[in-house]
Design a protein around this ligand. Structure first.
Ligand code: ATP
Length: 457
């Protein structure tokens, strides 16, 4: 667990423009959050970075953008209509409702993944698990609760018009497997990625943006020939771990947890979670990497009656490829990055500064242009306009220079560019580094390159 309480970090994010309570003026809506002027930039940067690393720079991979509302047969085939339910449990005393597995895990540390209602009740009884709200021990039987949001299409609200908001983005990829194969002319192994909203009617959302009912996923489905001897599962676990490490997340706050055999879905050959030591829990899942074999494509072949096989030109053999799925939530990556980056540093005297050591590639604002006096506004704005063509920068001429530095440190801006009276004559500006607070003086014409070089991933 880090040095700072979750409450302190959340307050900072709320007060500085990263995250607002959703529909705040109407009293909010349970666990819904809006991303503000800085949060929307951070989120976008995370998504752009993922796309760049997993799609743009990988010659095997392509992206798609599928519809959120899909033919409901999709969810029959994927098993979500029958099986996508968590076990919920009610406290008979205070009427609070919980997700049984999470309640047990938080109280006892015992993982109940894959266990049914009776086995769960047994663990609750054996360990005398108490209600997290009122502390009493008097529960209903755990019972399943489907997590999919239901709605209707068209004018009639009958059973024929029922549709669902997708609970995961990957099914949009599986149903388009043959389309992508045809139009992209890829050969195995290759991946299809997608970023988009998913919806789950979580029983107990919470911990700020960690678990919400509406969130964004970045998923890659990497298809391969089951006879291929490369360990693609390990390959993708390593790539995802490296991604998180390159973002600067501290090793002591990271671990990879390989699921035990009993935890795996029956079709899965292996699953690993990249977990982070969030301030509100011991370890929380950020990224799941699963070997899903040929389960999804086989199911869609069965339910749609359409051919989901791949024809290997060399051998003339047709088969359903296996798939590795690295799946990560945008908000969880966001939360991990800000928790790891947040710091309060003691400075000389009694002074302190709040600073977010975000990796420059994802920092919401890359540089702030700060004229030392309002009289220098015109040239400073010219510099702002030139940089803004290529870089997300801000202009700020209000308050003392010290205060402006602090404001920028607190939102993670890697560079502050001071335009002073000397700049008028020597054409140079002072660039201050957020982390070291060191300053260098460089010609204005070189500032863009200087920053572009330093904000690379
Ligand atoms: P959990 O056990 O936390 O409910 P999960 O194992 O059901 O998660 P997956 O279905 O594997 O999660 O989803 C892949 C990723 O999507 C997760 O690793 C997480 O980053 C993100 N995610 C899943 N559910 C939510 C949610 N309710 N809110 C925010 N992000 C989520």
């Amino acid at each position: 667990m880090g040095k700072y309480s979750f409450e302190e970090i959340v307050n900072h994010l709320k007060s500085s423009g990263f995250v607002y309570q959703g529909s705040e003026i109407y009293g909010g809506l349970s666990n819904s959050w809006d991303f503000g002027n800085l949060g929307s930039e951070l989120k976008k940067n995370i998504k752009d970075l993922w796309w760049k690393e997993f799609i743009q720079k990988d010659p095997n991979n392509v992206g798609i953008d599928a519809a959120i509302i899909m033919n409901p047969k999709t969810w029959e085939a994927s098993g979500h209509l029958k099986g996508f339910s968590d076990l919920m449990i009610d406290c008979k005393e205070c009427k609070s409702r919980f997700r049984a597995d999470k309640m047990i895990e938080e109280a006892t540390g015992i993982s109940t993944e894959g266990k049914g209602p009776e086995e769960m009740m047994h663990v609750i009884e054996e360990n005398r698990v108490a209600c997290p709200k009122c502390g009493k021990h008097n529960f209903t039987q755990p019972r399943p609760f489907n997590l999919m949001f239901k709605t209707f299409i068209g004018t009639l609200e009958d059973s024929k018009s029922v549709v669902y908001l997708r609970p995961e983005t990957c099914q949009g990829i599986f149903v388009n497997f043959e389309n992508v194969l045809r139009t992209s002319r890829r050969k195995l192994p290759f991946g299809i990625g997608q970023i988009g909203k998913s919806f789950r009617n979580e029983i107990t959302p919470g911990n700020f943006i960690f678990r919400t009912r509406e969130f964004e996923q970045m998923e890659l489905e990497f298809f391969y020939d089951p006879k291929d001897t490369t360990d693609w599962y390990k390959y993708w676990v390593d790539i995802c771990v490296a991604f998180v490490q390159r973002l600067g997340i501290r090793d002591e706050n990271l671990r990879v947890r390989e699921h035990a055999k009993e935890e795996l879905a029956f079709y899965s050959r292996g699953t690993s979670d990249i977990e982070y030591a969030f301030p509100f829990t011991d370890w929380g899942e950020v990224w799941g990497i699963a070997d899903r074999t040929d389960y999804d494509l086989s199911q869609h072949q069965k339910y749609s009656g359409k051919n989901m096989t791949y024809l290997d030109q060399a051998s003339g053999e047709s088969f359903i490829p296996y798939v590795i799925e690295p799946s990560v939530g945008v908000e969880r990556l966001f939360l991990m990055c800000v928790c790891d980056a947040y710091d309060v540093e003691e400075l000389e005297g009694d002074d302190q500064r709040v600073v977010m050591h975000l990796h420059p590639s994802i920092a919401p604002i890359k540089a702030s242009i700060l004229p030392l006096s309002k009289k220098l506004k015109d040239r400073a704005i010219e510099l702002y306009k030139d940089l803004a063509e290529d870089i997300r920068v801000e202009y700020d001429d209000a308050g003392s220079i010290g205060k402006r530095y602090r404001r920028n440190d607190a939102i993670g801006t890697p560079f502050c560019i001071t335009y002073d009276f000397d700049s008028e004559n020597d054409g140079c500006v002072t660039v201050r580094d957020r982390d070291t607070m060191a300053q260098v003086r460089i010609p204005m014409a070189e500032v863009k390159d200087y920053i572009l070089k330093r904000i690379k991933f």
